[in-house]
Design a binder for this molecule. Structure first.
Ligand code: FAD
Length: 413
């Protein structure tokens, strides 16, 4: 049986960063990475850029096999962990083999949430892996009228990918408007106008009832009895976490991932988790959530690696996600869900419809917990500091409601 001092499940940015950090701290340790995919580390963030034909495929790769050989990290490609035995300190692979560990990191991220029926699979596109991107890349020459499904960052990417490739997409969402409930109605209206400016046909507050295949492609029948002709379905409905293997090991899970403390320790001794799979408590709100962003996955991998190698460094981060899409810059920072009673009581909306600038600030107990910014990236750093400091903003509440008030003029205390 192969055995490692440090074994990592997942060869994404969190897992690879953790392995390399451990190597920096401990030149002699045995380190292994088991990863389901057949490639060394690549950038998921750049997959849309590749599909927009702005970079060639080879630019997606962030490491080569030789990099792992050089740093003496054993990269085990196309192997899948099916279970963890925390008592024996072993993991079992898909082929029945077992690997021993002294310390284990779960960095298994997520996969596109399942959607659709097996018979429709040939016309369904997702965007989580390089294989998904390659498949869509090949299809772009033939697809003419795709339907993007869902109200997510990946849906925005799909729309821009199609438009840049001179393909006219439509968008179908279950919600009343895009990014509901992160945005309220005026933000939803801003997004609606944005899509209309780009001639994207919108089907809001509706769902697919039936997919009919015919000689011209497909016809979608929606629950509201609308008929949508299309030839491909691009699904952006979020991810689900890869954590099945952790079930038998009694590793504590929350609603969104594997629960860890500020040192990335799970409830089981010598088992850590980091990246998209890890659910941490946001000290500003007390809410538990897994983040789904590249920078957090990198920083968490770094900290988890340091702590696994013997440091005792607590981690605190205000996660944020940014995208620039068809001319709109959208950023979400911290906890972006209404939390008052009623839920919208503690949210302030500032909007300038002439410039498509929009801010929704989420407060609780007088302090800022999160924010959605559209075309206001310049406020991001200050807002992040305000969330971090948890200073009371009661004195600014009325002023904040006016778009003219510059939030960066609030001094840090
Ligand atoms: C198209 C796209 C665009 C994105 N754009 C942005 C962006 O602009 N900004 C941003 O901040 N974030 C973005 N993200 C999110 C970001 O890429 C992720 O948050 C980040 O990659 C998570 O890294 P991770 O290492 O935690 O997990 P992952 O990258 O998901 O890596 C986990 C790895 O573990 C493997 N694995 C899973 N289960 C097992 C198992 N049982 N055994 C072995 N291996 C296993 C998986 O196959 C995978 O290779 C984007 C994501 C996608 C898909």
């Amino acid at each position: 049986m192969d055995s490692y001092q440090y074994l990592i499940i997942g060869g994404g940015i969190a897992g690879v960063t953790a392995a390399e950090t451990i190597r920096e701290q401990n030149p002699d340790a045995t380190i292994g990475i088991v990863t389901h995919e057949p490639y060394p580390l690549y950038s998921r963030v750049l997959l849309p850029t590749y599909l927009k034909r702005k970079i060639p495929r080879e630019k997606l790769f962030l490491r080569t096999i030789d990099d792992f050989i050089e740093s003496r990290i054993e990269l085990r490609l196309q192997e899948t962990v099916t279970s963890v035995d925390e008592k024996r300190r072993e993991v079992t692979l898909h082929n029945g083999a077992t690997l021993g560990y002294q310390k284990l990191l779960l960095a298994s991220g997520g996969r596109a949430r399942p959607w659709g029926k097996p018979e429709d699979e040939s016309i369904i596109y997702r965007l989580q892996t390089i294989d998904d991107a390659d498949r869509l890349f090949s299809a772009l020459a033939d697809v003419r009228n795709p339907l993007v499904i869902g109200s997510s960052f990946i849906s925005l990417e799909f729309l821009e990918i199609f438009l840049i490739n001179n393909i006219a997409p439509a968008l179908l969402m279950r919600d009343e408007y895009f990014f509901m409930p992160y945005l309220e109605e005026t933000g939803g209206e801003l997004m609606r106008a944005h899509f209309q400016r780009h001639h994207i046909t919108l089907y809001e507050h509706d769902e697919i009832a039936k997919i009919q295949h015919n000689q011209h492609g497909l016809t979608i029948l929606t629950k509201k009895q609308q008929l949508i002709p299309c030839d491909a379905l691009a699904v952006g409905i979020g991810i689900e976490r890869n954590l099945e293997f952790a079930r038998a090991a009694n590793i504590l899970r929350g609603d969104t991932g594997i629960r860890v403390n500020e040192f990335f320790e799970t409830n089981q001794e010598n088992i850590y988790a980091a990246g998209d799979i890890a659910e941490m408590m946001n000290p500003a709100t007390g809410n538990w959530h897994a983040t789904g962003n590249w920078t957090s996955a990198f920083l968490q991998g770094k900290h988890a690696g340091l702590n696994m190698a013997g440091a005792r460094k607590p981690f605190a981060d205000i996660p944020s996600y940014s995208i620039t899409n068809l001319g709109l810059q959208i950023t979400m920072i911290g906890d972006c869900l209404p939390m008052g009673d009623p839920p919208t009581a503690d949210a302030i909306v500032r909007i300038n419809p002439d410039t498509n600038e929009y801010e929704r600030l989420f407060l609780a107990d007088g302090a800022l917990k999160g924010a959605v910014l559209i075309n206001r990236f310049k406020d991001r750093a200050h807002i992040t500091q305000l969330i971090k400091s948890q200073q009371k903003l009661d004195a600014y509440r009325d002023k904040l409601a006016s778009f003219q008030f510059d939030i960066t003029s609030i001094p840090m205390v």
